[in-house]
Design a protein around this ligand. Structure first.
Ligand SMILES: *Cc1c(COP(=O)(O)O)cnc(C)c1O
Length: 314
């Protein structure tokens, strides 16, 4: 576990950068699921996802230690978050993206002042390239989840949830590499061990489910899921033991359940949430969370989805 002191320190460090995002309710969602649900709106976070919490904790620390160039390998929300906080700190960011990265995502990184480098199609190609660039330029590599400072930053969302939802009995959280879930576990279980924490993965990208079943980290092949932020092939070295030892349960949801959750959130809660950000609600709507009559916080982890992709889902 990462200590509560580290998460509290992170909360202070990043407080000028991030939003304390709102929690929202939807009577339609409560009726459909038989729970009292509070949606933690990280889709309304700076840069459109919770990733800015961990990224800013890590980058601001590196800047204090003299770092002047941040390097990340990500086409998605992590790349945008690193570019944004580096820009705010007046330093350079290089973001290594796949050759087929969408023009919208590249444009978002560039709009925050990030320098984009294209490399390969997989993270197995991108990460060594990012490490090489960091090594050559004296830059700091900023990993997306497998790092104590990143996890502590994501944990600040868990602290906020317990402060905003009094009497909270369960938190439902998306799982990709596990940084968000690990951070929330560290915060929530140390503040109140009675609160259940339930992780959610796509059925088609279930590396954490398989790893939990095996009791060790299992790598899976290339995955296809509409939840592109959850397309990791193996749980993190730092994150996995935290999930293994403290997660109350991990459930998987189908592609159709994820899209239905996005449609439901748009229609009833009037929120634009990207597929990765809606898996918590998919687990609740499908009944797979196993929660009944509980006061539940569901994390809406991001809202970065193109107009075209969103329209197609609707
Ligand atoms: C990165 C991401 C996740 C998964 O977070 P991990 O820390 O990798 O588990 C979930 N939702 C969104 C929107 C993301 O960008």
């Amino acid at each position: 576990m990462i200590g509560l002191d580290k998460i509290r320190e992170a909360a202070v460090q990043i407080s000028d950068v991030i939003h304390r995002t709102p929690v929202m309710t939807s009577s339609g969602l409560n009726e459909q699921t038989g729970n009292d649900i509070f949606l933690k709106g990280e889709h309304l976070q700076k840069t459109g996802s919770f990733k800015i919490r961990g990224a800013s904790n890590k980058v601001l620390k590196a800047v204090r230690e003299g770092g002047r160039h941040m390097v990340a390998a990500s086409s998605g929300n992590h790349g945008q978050a690193v570019a944004y906080i580096a820009g705010q700190s007046g330093i350079r960011a290089t973001i290594v993206v796949p050759e087929d990265a969408s023009p919208a995502k590249v444009a978002a990184i560039e709009s925050y002042g990030g320098h984009v480098v294209r490399c390969g199609l997989t993270s197995a190609e991108r990460i060594p390239e990012a490490l090489r660039i960091a090594g050559e330029t004296g830059g700091v590599f900023v990993p997306p989840y497998d790092d104590p400072d990143i996890i502590a930053g994501q944990g600040t969302a868990g602290m906020e949830i317990l402060a905003q939802v009094s009497g909270c009995e369960a938190v439902v959280v998306p799982v990709g590499g596990g940084g968000l879930a690990a951070g929330i576990l560290c915060a929530v279980k140390q503040m109140n061990p009675e609160v259940l924490v339930i992780g959610v993965e796509p059925e088609t990208a279930d590396d954490t489910r398989q790893s939990l079943a095996a009791g060790r980290r299992i790598a899976i092949g290339p995955t296809r899921t509409v939840a592109d932020g959850l397309r990791t092939s193996i749980p993190g070295e730092v994150t996995f033991p935290i999930l293994r030892d403290h997660l109350d349960c991990l459930v998987t949801v189908s592609e159709e359940e994820i899209k239905e959750a996005c449609r439901f959130l748009f229609r009833y809660a009037k929120q634009v949430v990207e597929p990765s950000g809606a898996v918590s609600v998919a687990a609740l709507l499908s009944g797979k969370s196993g929660l009944h009559g509980k006061k539940v916080a569901a994390v809406l982890s991001g809202g970065n989805v193109s107009v075209e992709a969103f329209a197609e889902m609707l």
